[in-house]
Write a protein that binds this ligand. Structure first.
Ligand code: HEC
Length: 184
């Protein structure tokens, strides 16, 4: 196998690796080593004093971080409790639908149970929503109860339910009739 010559590209790669390795090496200064450069050459008393101050600052920062951590944990627990207090259908909705829609957007139209079933079916077919049978049932029931159809919507859905099959049957009948006629 031919040995490759050292190219500028190799050198660049080595420099990048060295730069990354250098970081942790200089990041781990102990407190004794750490003093800002402008504070070098102080007498021993002041130096100790400064170090105590720095140690105190670090202690405070640690305490603040712990406090923040505690608060986040508390928030998380409260949200979890709130979520668990919701009706199961609402919870499933938040879990599966709100990634893509704001809840507000879902409240815009009321639908019958069949209408909501159709929407959820479409979301499963075309948007990759993955629901268990129970979740589907809960979501559809929740939506139908919380966002029932308006009178106008019922009229429209009923009209569609009648009109769509009528159009299909009518079309087929018309076509058969037309074919029979034109054959004579
Ligand atoms: C992966 C993203 C995604 C998820 C998750 C999702 N949807 Fe949708 N949804 C869409 C997109 C995109 C549209 C617009 C295209 C369409 O209507 O099919 C839409 C449209 C809708 C509409 C409007 C339909 C209309 O004709 O008025 C409703 C209502 C709806 N989604 C409800 C839901 C419900 C309920 C769930 C939970 C079971 C859900 N979506 C989960 C992406 C998503």
């Amino acid at each position: 196998m031919r040995r490759r010559a050292l190219t500028p590209r190799h050198l660049l790669a080595a420099a990048v690796v060295a730069a990354f390795c250098w970081q942790p090496a200089v990041a781990g200064l102990s407190i004794e080593e750490y003093l800002p450069p402008q504070e070098e050459g102080l007498d021993e008393e002041t130096r100790l004093q400064r170090m105590r101050e720095i140690e105190q600052e670090r202690e405070e920062a640690r305490r603040r971080a712990e406090e923040r951590e505690r608060q986040l944990e508390e928030d998380r627990r409260r949200r979890q409790a709130e979520l668990e207090a919701l009706p199961p259908g609402h919870r499933a909705l938040l879990e599966h639908c709100v990634a893509c829609h704001e809840e507000r957007a879902l409240r815009r139209t009321g639908r019958s149970r069949i209408g909501w079933r159709g929407v959820v079916w479409r979301m499963e077919m075309f948007q990759g929503v993955d629901l268990s049978r129970d979740e589907r049932r809960l979501i559809v029931r929740y939506l139908a109860e919380e966002h029932p159809p308006t009178a106008g919507r019922i009229a429209r859905e009923t009209a569609m339910a009648v009109a769509a099959p009528a159009a299909v049957f009518g079309g087929v009948a018309f076509w058969l009739l037309y074919r029979r006629r034109s054959r004579k």
